[in-house]
Design a protein around this ligand. Sequence first.
Ligand code: ADP
Ligand code: ARG
Length: 346
Amino acid sequence: MEYPAVFLKPEVHSLAKKYVTPEVFEEHKNKKTSRGYTLLDCMQSGIQNLDSDTGLYAGDEECYTAFGNVLDNIVEDYHAPYKIADGHTPDMNPDHLNCPNPDPEGKYIRSTRIRVARNLKGYGLAPNLGKQERLDIERKVVEVLTSLTGDLAGKYYPLQGMDEATRQKLVDDHFLFKKGDRFLESAGCNKEWPEGRGIYHNDAKTFLVWINEEDQLRIISMEKGSDIGSVFRRLCKAVNEIDAKLGFQHSPGLGYITSCPTNLGTGMRASVHVKIPKAHAHPDFKAICDKYHIQPRGIHGEHSESTGEDAGVYDISNRRRLGLSEVRCVQDMYDGLMKLLEIEKS
Ligand code: ADP
Ligand code: ARG
């Protein structure tokens, strides 16, 4: 097993490159988790995508501890100033949230969405799942979801056999994931696509669960407008009910375990689609995003641009997920959003 020579190219700036030096690689290259995953396996996405920021995915929970301090270093760098020894404390009590509707007249904000990532105990993570395991996970999760009642009651729509027009409409309307991008492809998350993948949702499409994409579950609450409290309340109720029935991979220092180190902790991304052409063009836009721990995306998901009739509309979300509570994640998004709206209006 050779150190990936492409990492020596100057254009590679990933955290994987930063912490897996040739010496570190030499020290850990022959280690394997009990599910057979190596450090080189974890690094595949960063090796095949030289523009990666993180450049590494875990194939199972054990990867986070199997290769000395490599993953700890990456986690602490991305989630700085958090230290794993500090421990991660959750808070999914919606009464603790202070986010009065930021745009009651609906002039700026189109929609609000909060998701968390979760993975079942006793299984690998997406990059290292076999076909049968993926199908088992799908069956277990669907069984629990279809037992939910009230506004969480819904149906499961497997990707396998879904007609193309239905699938495309769900993607265009921001409900369904696309086929995993080149990062997930090279991490091994797209194997045997689309088998074992699908989406559960209620009739109103305000509560949705993605099954077997980058993580085994992405639990999502979303609605039109900007009632962040309502979206968070629905999410908390759903997650607490699902959590009680399916055990999730979790550790005191890393919180909920996810395949990408950036999602550890709460696994939460709280976002709004908001029209802020002026704030976006402001010379301090990036500095404000950094200061408020928020991240801009295009409105068609990660690595997308906002063009055409969507020009000026951005997906604004919390960037931090580990070492702060779920309530604080939403609060980060809210505080940053309020600052951007202030600039937009002035
Ligand atoms: P994730 O949130 O799971 O990390 P993406 O950034 O790829 O993944 O977004 C997934 C989908 O969710 C995309 O279709 C995106 O447009 C949609 N989405 C994200 N935030 C919102 C929002 N606030 N309102 C409506 N749709 C959203
Ligand atoms: N692997 C990509 C990178 O390193 C994306 C990481 C964050 N996004 C994600 N969907 N996990 O740049």
